[in-house]
Design a protein around this ligand. Structure first.
Ligand SMILES: *[C@@H]1O[C@H](CO)[C@@H](O)[C@H](O)[C@H]1NC(C)=O
Ligand SMILES: *[C@@H]1O[C@H](CO)[C@@H](O)[C@H](O)[C@H]1NC(C)=O
Ligand SMILES: *[C@@H]1O[C@H](CO)[C@@H](O)[C@H](O)[C@H]1NC(C)=O
Ligand SMILES: [Cu+2]
Length: 260
């Protein structure tokens, strides 16, 4: 009986429109998930469909206005919509970065730029915030000081491959800039944010104050930044691999890549 029903449906509905419907549903599911967002400092731009572009998630032009960012230990905040991911935070000191290579070497002297943060193995969906200290980087030939222009690029590696977001900033030595963010450097998602993004119950009426510890989160202590041993030690290799993954993803289309 069920096979005759199926036969009736397929006979009366062109396969093409079924496929269209399927892809539309996949695209919808994809939109709802959004991969990850860069929440602070402000992103250049976000478009989930091109977030795999290894040059700033597809936003190649510098922002009209640079955000002030405390370069001696400022916060970088993201929201993850995946259960686990590895996060790297890169820096470009070029006035106008021209591609992913601008986050590996300076265009002026070719000096290599170490990542601000590397191999942050995060788990849980929700908000994460990490401090980054640009003044601790040794980049010969570059000035890292109050007033320096720079671009931060966050790389987010998950089941959907390598994804990118950038923020154009102006370094400030004013420690109060961004200090009102709750920035815990935790590798576990903020419990309140995770509940807000996944629960169907109304959002809690309480606001502010520290998040209560999650009852469901595994209480594994001593999360290590070295946990992501599968990540290539070479930044360049990572970015090249990301470009290849992006090519595959775009060949498959956004709806299909969402299933991966
Ligand atoms: C940032 O790095 C500089 C240079 O290594 C160091 O003097 C400073 O204490 C660091 N800041 C924090 C908050 O760790
Ligand atoms: C830094 O960026 C601002 C805004 O984009 C620009 O007006 C300024 O000239 C830049 N500073 C330098 C030293 O290039
Ligand atoms: C932090 O302060 C800035 C500047 O005053 C403000 O725009 C921003 O909304 C504040 N953020 C939070 C989370 O309170
Ligand atoms: Cu995703």
């Amino acid at each position: 009986m069920s096979s005759s029903v199926r036969k009736t449906i397929t006979a009366s509905t062109p396969a093409a429109s079924l496929l269209t419907l399927l892809l539309a549903l996949l695209a919808l599911a994809h939109s709802a998930r959004a991969h990850f967002t860069l929440d602070y400092p402000q992103t250049r731009g976000f478009d989930e469909d091109i977030e795999s572009d290894n040059f700033c998630g597809g936003f190649h032009d510098i922002s009209a206005a640079r955000a002030p960012w405390y370069y001696r230990n400022g916060p970088v905040a993201i929201t993850s919509h995946h259960d686990s991911a590895t996060v790297n935070i890169y820096l470009s000191l070029d006035e106008k970065p021209t591609g992913p290579e601008s986050f590996l070497k300076t265009s002026a002297g070719g000096a290599s730029i170490p990542p601000l943060r590397k191999d942050l193995a995060i788990s849980g969906q929700g908000e994460f915030c990490f401090h980054a200290n640009a003044s601790a980087l040794d980049v010969p030939g570059s000035t890292i000081a109050d007033g320096t222009n720079a671009t931060i690029m966050v790389e987010f590696i998950s089941v959907h491959g390598h994804l990118y977001q950038c923020s154009d900033v102006r370094f400030t030595s004013d420690a109060s800039v961004g200090a009102n963010l709750t920035c815990t450097d935790s590798l576990k998602a903020n419990a309140a944010a995770a509940a807000g993004s996944t629960s169907s119950t109304p959002a809690s009426t309480s606001s502010g104050g520290p998040a209560a510890p999650s009852a469901t989160a595994p209480t594994r202590s001593g999360g290590s930044e070295n946990a992501a041993s599968s990540i290539s030690p070479s930044l360049f290799a990572s970015l090249v691999a990301a470009a290849a993954a992006a090519a595959v993803a775009s060949a498959l289309g956004p709806g299909i890549s969402c299933l991966l």
